[in-house]
Design a protein around this ligand. Structure first.
Ligand code: UDP
Length: 271
């Protein structure tokens, strides 16, 4: 039987492969561990370098219940999530849904955890990281913290920019000059996923990941939930406590749970 990593290596193009995924209300979630996700990303970087940077960029999404609910009403976003190379289960709600549907995702994988783990590998192997998005100064502060944590880390660039199509050319020019291997895009969902998808063919990197508010946390501009809250699956509650204005967006969570319970086990879990 093929190991997960061998399986990834045998699928050089897009997608992890359906054998290891679960459909949560019609959105594909790849049932990978964080270690497997890291290996997948690192492998793409290694291969692109080996190909003389000819291997096209692939997209990774960190999917939470708000993504799933947005995908139900936004066909363009849904199509993007169909086509990504890897959709990791961010959000305890998605992990819970995968278990409820009988195809459990092994663990929660957040952008805020992925970035430092990737930065560590980048520092070891000399891969170059670009941080795009968040408010002005935030990506720079996150980069400084990552560099002091992982000596030798090469930051190819940082830029706030905006997901506005009018700014696309400027951002692509900056990226072309930066010679990055890995791009983290922090414009929030669905803007960041749509941005990456629109520009995928022109992105001069091996992997582009939508990371939501991760740079706010990594820079120290926002406080992340304590580990105990995270372990209890209550990071969302802590976020609501710190940022009560999110309550309307977070109504997606109970709606998501009810839909999974009442419709999730239907044919193809499309609901
Ligand atoms: N953001 C941005 N430009 C925009 C909209 C959002 O740079 O036009 C950034 C924002 O500063 C934040 C991130 O995108 O750093 C979105 O964070 P949010 O917490 O909303 O994302 P989530 O983690 O909920 O997906």
């Amino acid at each position: 039987m093929m190991s997960s990593v061998e399986q990834v290596e045998s699928t050089p193009g897009q997608s992890w492969g359906n054998a290891r995924s679960v459909s949560v209300l019609g959105v594909r979630i790849d049932r990978v561990t964080q270690e497997e996700a890291l290996t997948f990303i690192e492998e793409r970087i290694r291969r692109r370098r080996a190909s003389g940077n000819r291997l096209p960029c692939c997209q990774v999404a960190t999917v939470n219940p708000e993504f799933v609910m947005e995908a139900r009403r936004n066909p363009a976003f849904r199509r993007v999530l169909d086509e990504t190379a890897l959709n990791v289960p961010d959000g305890i709600g998605v992990v819970w849904a995968s278990r409820y549907l009988g195809q459990p995702a092994p663990e929660r994988i957040t952008g805020t955890d992925l970035i430092p783990a990737l930065a560590e590998r980048c520092a070891i192997h000399g891969y170059r990281l670009y941080l795009l998005g968040a408010a002005p100064g935030v990506a720079e502060a996150a980069a400084a913290r990552l560099c002091s944590r992982f000596p030798g880390l090469q930051i190819a660039g940082t830029y706030a920019g905006s997901p506005d199509p009018a700014e696309e050319e400027t951002i692509l020019e900056r990226l072309a000059a930066a010679q990055a291997d890995l791009l983290c895009v922090a414009y929030g969902a669905p803007a960041q996923e749509l941005w990456i998808w629109r520009n995928l063919a022109r992105l001069p990197v091996a992997v582009a990941i939508g990371v939501g508010g991760a740079l706010d946390f990594l820079s120290g501009h926002k406080k992340r939930a304590p580990h105990a809250w995270q372990r209890l699956g209550l990071e969302w509650l802590y976020r609501l406590y710190r940022e009560p204005w999110r309550w309307r967006r977070m109504l997606a969570l109970p709606r998501f749970a009810l839909l999974v319970i009442f419709k999730g086990r239907g044919r193809h879990s499309q609901a």
